[in-house]
Design a protein around this ligand. Structure first.
Ligand code: PEP
Length: 239
């Protein structure tokens, strides 16, 4: 099988539908079958997605078909919009109060429905300062009750301290990805594993060349389509 890398973008609250359409028009000219592109626009954009052959996903969803959950979106609406991919456990949502138990509940609910899940894990600066063993134990706790054997589950390692600041070092990424893969193997599972946290055109190639890195999840660098395309091209250079 042809080698394949996953390049994902989380646009957070950014982009109107018009700006997203402009982004997608440029992106469409730069797609390559060796890259799987996953894009997570804000919820409003999901109703007016541009025509672009990538996998579109939601940044959040409530684990219910429908119901009285103000501000949330559920499976009934996502299905109607033909959205079958979901970001779960991003540190910005955990900071808003989403517990590990709730993230696990979301994973299980949407796995039952056959969605592709990108499940984020990552430690704080305080835990990182305590050393790699503390990091490993914390990440292990974030794998609790997650259906790691679900074939459409993708993990994303996103150290909180590296988001919107400066990427983890190559050594830290290599070591931590090896640790996460080992934690999954110990449970008999081998999900794909992305790195996220200040991935930019100038560091993407080195990160994507690492053995245990199956792709990247990009935040701010995805807001400029030329930068995102450069990250894609960096990935292609590693194949
Ligand atoms: C993110 O928030 O998922 C992210 C990776 O952001 P950034 O690339 O800006 O660090």
């Amino acid at each position: 099988m042809e080698a394949c890398l996953i390049i994902a973008a989380n646009f957070k609250m950014h982009f109107t539908p018009q700006k997203l359409a402009a982004f997608a028009a440029t992106l469409a000219d730069n797609l390559d079958s060796r890259l799987q592109i996953l894009l997570f626009p804000n919820t409003a954009c999901l109703a007016q997605l541009p025509s672009c052959p990538v996998r579109w996903g939601a940044q959040n969803a409530y684990p219910a078909q429908n119901g009285a959950f103000s501000g949330e979106i559920g499976a009934e609406v996502l299905d109607a919009l033909q959205i079958q991919t979901l970001l779960i456990g991003h540190s910005e949502r955990r900071a808003l109060g989403e517990t590990q138990e709730f993230c696990a509940q979301k994973c299980r609910f949407y796995a039952e429905l056959g969605y592709t899940l990108v499940y984020c894990i990552g430690e704080s600066q305080k835990i990182r300062s305590s050393g790699q063993e503390s990091v490993r134990a914390f990440l292990d706790s974030q794998l609790q009750d997650i259906p790691l054997d679900y074939p459409k589950l993708i993990l994303a390692y996103e150290p909180i301290w590296a988001i919107g600041t400066q990427a983890a070092s190559i050594e830290q990424i290599a070591q931590t990805h090896a640790d996460i893969k080992a934690l999954c193997r110990a449970r008999g599972c081998a999900p794909q594993l992305l790195y996220g946290g200040s991935v930019k055109p100038n560091n993407a190639r080195e990160i994507l060349a690492l053995d245990d890195v199956n792709g990247v999840l990009v935040g701010s660098a995805a807001l400029v389509v030329a930068d995102f395309v450069q990250i894609m091209q960096a990935g292609l250079q590693t194949l």
